[in-house]
Design a protein around this ligand. Sequence first.
Ligand SMILES: [Zn+2]
Length: 69
Amino acid sequence: MPIYEFKCRKCGETFELLIRSSDAKSTVACPACRSTRTQRLLSAFSGKVGNTASGGGCGSCSATSCGPS
Ligand SMILES: [Zn+2]
């Protein structure tokens, strides 16, 4: 089973989770704040980043603070 990394968009917590195929489309809750506003971080980025990146930014790393400068 693959391990996916998730990031909570509410509190910023990152966590890893084993995802079975049957759970792939279910919502993952943050273990820290129980928010369901979580985002799956792909190890191989497919180009779609769910963040509010208005000016592009870094799409090759998972750091939200990775600025162009
Ligand atoms: Zn959270």
